[in-house]
Structure formats: structure tokens, C-alpha cells
Design a protein around this ligand. Sequence first.
Ligand code: NAD
Length: 343
Amino acid sequence: MGVRIGFLGAGLIANFHAWGLHRCGEAYELTGVYDPDAGRAEEFSSGWSVPRRASEDEVLDACDAVYVCTWTSEHPRLVDAACRRGLAVFCEKPLSVDAPGAAAMAAAVEAAGVTNQVGLVLRHSPAFGLLRSLVADPAAGRVMSVVFRDDQYIPVQGMYASSWRGDRTKAGSGTLLEHSIHDVDIVEHCIGPITSVSAQSANFHGLDGIEDVVATVVRFASGGVGVHTTVWHDVLERPSLRRLEVLCERRHIVLENDQLGPVRWTTTGEDEVVVEGDALLAALDERGVPRPPNPDGAFVAAVASGRPASPSFADAVRAHRVVDAIYRSAAGGGTPVDLEEMT
Ligand SMILES: NC(=O)c1ccc[n+]([C@@H]2O[C@H](COP(=O)([O-])OP(=O)(O)OC[C@H]3O[C@@H](n4cnc5c(N)ncnc54)[C@H](O)[C@@H]3O)[C@@H](O)[C@H]2O)c1
């Protein structure tokens, strides 16, 4: 038995979460899946041994907690339905197509008093956990500069094969919201709050409202400045790849790849250190940084115990506000936008 879990949406990320649950070690039971795409619903149902339901309501009526894994424009309505039933909810990022929508969802889960978690997965990345600890280390000094590049092939093709990511009515917008909201969240988590942004965007693929390049200059409250570039290209040989370089007063850090590095760093007066895979996990242990839990297991454990889950909808609202500020700046041709004025 354990926590009864339902799935709305049976696509790529739903399967990813079903896999995460499968290996999490918490007590749970999959009680239903619904997807209007009958083929996907059937495949998920047989693959994970979960009853295929005929409607959203049937899934919601049979569970204690629901995963909302549909395209973005459906998230607010489905989260609302979960809140009305008092169900715990794991909603994929982005919460909504814009920050006001995300804020309304955070208010709804708060008012309903339900456990809530969002799929900002980099919060559970060992590599970013290590980078965060290296930055926070007093030996590093203050952060002076951040250079963050995030690129992937435009996910209307390849393993994603999702036409909805090319449709602004379903995705809201392009690479910044759909993909790089992760970066905005993790960079604030690791470096601290962003106070202002100035951005330029471009649209090479010509999909209405779906930008495929955004370059942003940011200022951090701590005084440092950063540059972020996100690109949706057509190099199908390149999976989703991130590279983050942080220059502190007395430490240089480079992170590549989302989960297990490599992460390399050089500190004034010391040799360069490079860690990857198991060595990266060992470096976390040495520095006293807890290894990040399986996000799906952490969600089930939070639901079972009634403790808050993380990252929460409220965390995601902050990332949405920064994303909206970047879009506003780009729409104005790069005019700086102050985050204080956005809240
Ligand atoms: N956290 C991450 O790293 C990550 C990675 C990929 C996708 N995502 C997010 O997950 C969500 C889904 O992305 P995906 O890649 O799985 O897309 P996908 O196209 O593979 O699957 C989405 C599914 O939702 C279904 N759907 C649409 N409306 C529905 C409804 N009302 N009820 C039930 N099912 C419905 C569609 O038929 C489709 O099968 C998006 O918000 C996306 O941004 C997050």
C-alpha cells in the first residue's frame, strides 16, 4: 500500500517519474493514469502496471497525491482540481505560462494546505550541490562573475518529439521558460538573488512566440555580475548540455553536465581539483554536504509524513518572476528590468 499516486499525462517526464518512484524505496502504489493520447496512456499503463483511467476525475478520485505531467498550459487547471480534493501535488516546471499564473497556483496549494513539489530537478543535482558549497566556502571570497551556457536541440524533434513545444498556446514561450527556468532557479539557489536583468532574444526557427536564443546579463544582490545564454539549435548529436563557470575572488569553478560533473576548481595557492561521478559524490561527503535524495522518493516521504516538500511551488514562483523580467527586458530591446519592481 502506502501513498496512492495518480498520473495526469503519460509522456516523457511521466515515465521519468515512474522510474524514479520505482527505485525510491518508499511505500507507494500507482492507482491511475490518464492521457488523452490513448497510445501513451496504454503504454504507461502496461509498462508500470497502473490502471488506465477514462478521465482526469477518475485519476483524481483514486489517489492521495497526483503528478501533473501534461504540457504547461494544462498545469493550472489540473492543480486547481487537485487542490479542491485536498490532494498532494507534484507539478512539472514551468508551473504556468507566466509568473502571475504560477503565483496563483502557489496561493492555491497554500490555501488548500496540500504538500506541493515542483520538477526543478537541478535542486537535486550532486554537481550543483558541490558547486553551491564551493561558492559558499569563505576561502573562495565573493562571487565576481558567472558565465552560464545552456543548450539543447529544439525539443520538437529527437527523443522529445513534442509538437506542443512549438505552440505558444501550450508552452507559453520558448527555450528560456520551457528549459532554462531550471538555470534561473539553480543560479539563485547557488549564488543568491538576482536584482536586475538585461536581455536580448532571437527566433531562428520562426515558430510564433517560441524564442530559441536568449542572452541575459544579470546583477546579483551580492555585487557580482553574470551572463546567461540559452539556445535551442538543431545539432541532434548534442543532448541537453550545461556549462557554468563561476569566478570568485580566490576560486575559479567550472561545472559541466547536470548531475555528476565533472566539476573542477582552483583556489589561490592550491592545485586544481577535478571530480566526476563517484569521486564527486565522495567530495560532497568530505565537505559535509548531504547527498541529494531521489526527488520522487522525497516527495512520497513528504506526503506520508505531512512535512513540506522541496522545491515547492513558492520556490518556482521566484524563478518565474525572474524569467518574466528577462522576457520583459528582451521585449524592450534590452532595457534593464529591476526585480524589486516585479514583486
Ligand atoms: N523537469 C524536467 O527536467 C522536465 C523535463 C521534460 C519535461 N518537463 C516538463 O514536463 C511537462 C511534460 O513534458 P513531456 O516532455 O513529458 O511532454 P510529452 O509531450 O512527452 O507528454 C505530455 C503529455 O501530456 C498529455 N496531456 C495533455 N493534456 C492532458 C490532460 N489534460 N490530462 C492528461 N494528459 C494530458 C499529452 O497527451 C502528452 O502525452 C512539461 O511541462 C515540461 O516542461 C520537465
